[in-house]
Write a protein that binds this ligand. Structure first.
Ligand code: PGA
Length: 255
């Protein structure tokens, strides 16, 4: 099956957690626990931890990402960080369009698109987050919402560039709530995303696309979710802040 051709990617999303000393401790604990991973391992940290993460993970199998970037290369955008600033440091990944950015910081599909384009132009790999709210799911418009988010975010992205995009399906109602989508619910939307990409690009591109699930993934539910045909990894919030839990999810993805 196609799933076997795709390498799973397990990415931690630290959100606004871990000061420098805490980051150092977490990464130091994590390195030996994940060194034999048979999947890609990424940690996305606050900007202030990137330097620490990059230096500690040098020569290991852990890759480093940021949690956002701005679309302009430089300029009068107080408080923002550009994609080029990240690549210049050696950062490889960036999360774009996380639901917390959309919910609390006015991120729209249009600004997500601008950030995706800037990140790809700078050479970053993008973890593009999409997902419906509980109200949208209950209204039966999950697929419509996801389709709009994906289509707008990827407008103007070439098939070649898409090889550096991971799409993370993160139902908003499952994030940080302890309420996980069932294996089937998650797989259904991931499958929908892959089919949509097949229609927007082509079958080969869709088959190669990494589609993660995110939202309360933990050592208890990871194996079931990651065994599903269209779930190629996870974007992990809370459980990525504990090295043994994160390592356990990575083991589940390595099977
Ligand atoms: P959670 O967060 O695992 O804590 O639910 C996932 C995310 O927001 O990426």
């Amino acid at each position: 099956m196609n799933k076997a051709l795709r390498r799973a990617v397990i990415a931690g999303n630290w959100k606004m957690n871990k000061n420098r000393a805490e980051a150092r401790a977490l990464i130091t604990e994590m390195i030996p626990l994940v060194k034999d991973a048979d999947c890609d391992v990424v940690i996305c940290t606050p900007y202030t931890d990137l330097e620490t993460a990059l230096s500690l993970t040098e020569g290991t199998n852990i890759k480093v990402g940021a949690e956002n970037c701005h679309w302009a290369p430089s300029g009068a955008f107080t408080g923002e960080i550009s994609a080029d600033m990240l690549t210049e440091m050696g950062v490889e990944y960036v999360v774009i369009g996380h639901s917390e950015r959309r919910q609390y910081f006015g991120e729209t599909n249009e600004t997500v698109q601008k950030r995706v384009r800037a990140a790809l132009s700078a050479g970053l790999k993008v973890i593009l987050c999409v997902g419906e709210t509980l109200a949208e799911r209950e209204a039966g418009i999950t697929e419509e919402v996801i389709a709009i988010q994906v289509k707008i975010a990827l407008a103007g992205v070439s098939a070649e560039e898409l090889s550096r995009v991971i799409i993370a399906y993160e139902p908003v109602w499952a994030i940080g709530t302890g309420k996980t989508a069932t294996d089937e619910q998650a797989n259904e939307v991931n499958h929908f995303i892959r089919s949509l990409v097949g229609r927007l690009y082509d079958e080969k591109t869709a088959a190669a696309l990494t589609v993660q699930y995110g939202g309360s993934m933990n050592p208890g539910n990871a194996a079931g979710l990651l065994a599903m045909e269209d779930i190629d990894g996870g974007l992990i919030g809370g459980a990525s802040l504990k090295a043994p839990d994160f390592a356990e999810i990575i083991r589940a993805a390595s099977r």
